[in-house]
Ligand binder design. Sequence first.
Ligand SMILES: Nc1ncnc2c1ncn2[C@@H]1O[C@H](COP(=O)(O)OS(=O)(=O)O)[C@@H](OP(=O)(O)O)[C@H]1O
Length: 470
Amino acid sequence: MMAPPAATPAAAATATASAASAAVLDVPTTAPPAAQQASHDPQQQQPSPPQAAQPPQVAPQVAPQVPPPPPPPPMQGWSRGRRLAVSLAMPLLVGYCCAAFGVAWLLTLTVLPSYVLAQRLYWACPFIPHIWARLGPVAGTAARLGFEASHCINILTRLLTLPLRPHLPSFYILGFPKCGTTSLAEHLKSHPGLSATAGLPYHEALAKESHFLQGVYGRHHAHSRALYRSCFPTLITRWWHEVVRRAPAWACFDACPVNACMPHTAERIRRLTPQAKFIIMLRDPVPGVFSAEIMMRDMGVPLDWSFMDAPPEGGAEDPRFTQVPAEVAALWRQLEALGPEEPLPPQLPATFYTQLGAVLQCGMYAELLRPFLDRFPKDSFLFVEFKQFTSNPEAVVRQVLQHVGMDPARYSHKPLPPAMKNNYGARAMHPAVKAALGRLYAAPNRRLAALLAPWGQLPAELGWQGMEGV
Ligand SMILES: Nc1ncnc2c1ncn2[C@@H]1O[C@H](COP(=O)(O)OS(=O)(=O)O)[C@@H](OP(=O)(O)O)[C@H]1O
């Protein structure tokens, strides 16, 4: 355990950090620029419904596997003077972080903060306790206690070092779940100018996904700019990348794909980061929802039905495959109407993470994307199709880097370990269920093709139900 250093250097470090934060804050806090405001004009967004009614042959001009990259937007790094100032302050900043880490340890030993923070985490991510249950009473309890303690140290350290964390994300891997977002984030993290969230390093998901807008800091705080800043790396990380690794600029990103699925996130992201860019990964929803079921089952989430089971007599008419359940649809309407600073509905995560009906809702891409497309300029978005990504990940990563203003020349591609892929074993979707879900998604897929036609970024042969020839 580290002893906290004397108060004077820590206070000096705080003051230095605050000054440095104010000086280097790249995060836009002002109103969006004129072009962006123009894009918020509802009149400009009106073409969408008529497009949705058009047949999907609106985008035959789209063909290349990887579309030509747009010109990179400028990504500014620290000036020479700021690099020098932060470098000189580095011993104080590191000392301050060590002190904060020590204090976080001591507070965690009192157990109460650990308990409170764990309750919030389990509320926002209710699938995690199922993992302990699967491990059995002894290993499960040990894993739980270790996880809760380290979660508490992690969150308290983040909060105690808030003055060193002036950054908000420059871009989001916004969605969708099970579309390759973790692989893309892993590739991007290897670029010397990029970091994801400052999460628990041993927990793959939370080191990439903030889950902030899903209430990981509590359902009443899922909009706070200061708390969101705490999810991202410190000035020390930026200094490491820009000065030690000699990246010309540095940026961080949030790769929480659940954001795309929940309608309240669009307005909150606009308020927090109005100039953000977005990477939106898309996959045929039928294999996508099955991938989600496998993940839930492998974590031990109890599900009351399965895409693997034969549907009962007259399966094609089974309401589970023809519509999103009423409870889930009602929750989505509630999220759509939620004010940008209102607390999240109490039933949100439990409904979202434990029901296959909610998984089905996440495949309704067109409806889920509309709040984002309505709020951000057209050139904010880059769409990546799953097969396009998995067949040539290096080309897609370079295209993403270009889109977010990072130098692709500084990226060196390394294939990821096979462990990034689900192990299905003998498990497969029942053919009748697969056919029923294909029918469920055919019309939403056509709406997606029409909605995204102006971007011209979907490849020619998707092979999704309803998107033939798009
Ligand atoms: N390179 C590559 N090649 C082939 N398949 C790949 C690759 N990278 C990710 N994947 C597949 O993407 C699925 C996981 O997507 P996500 O990381 O977005 O999932 S999550 O929402 O973050 O849990 C998961 O799909 P399934 O295997 O169908 O479950 C991964 O196998």
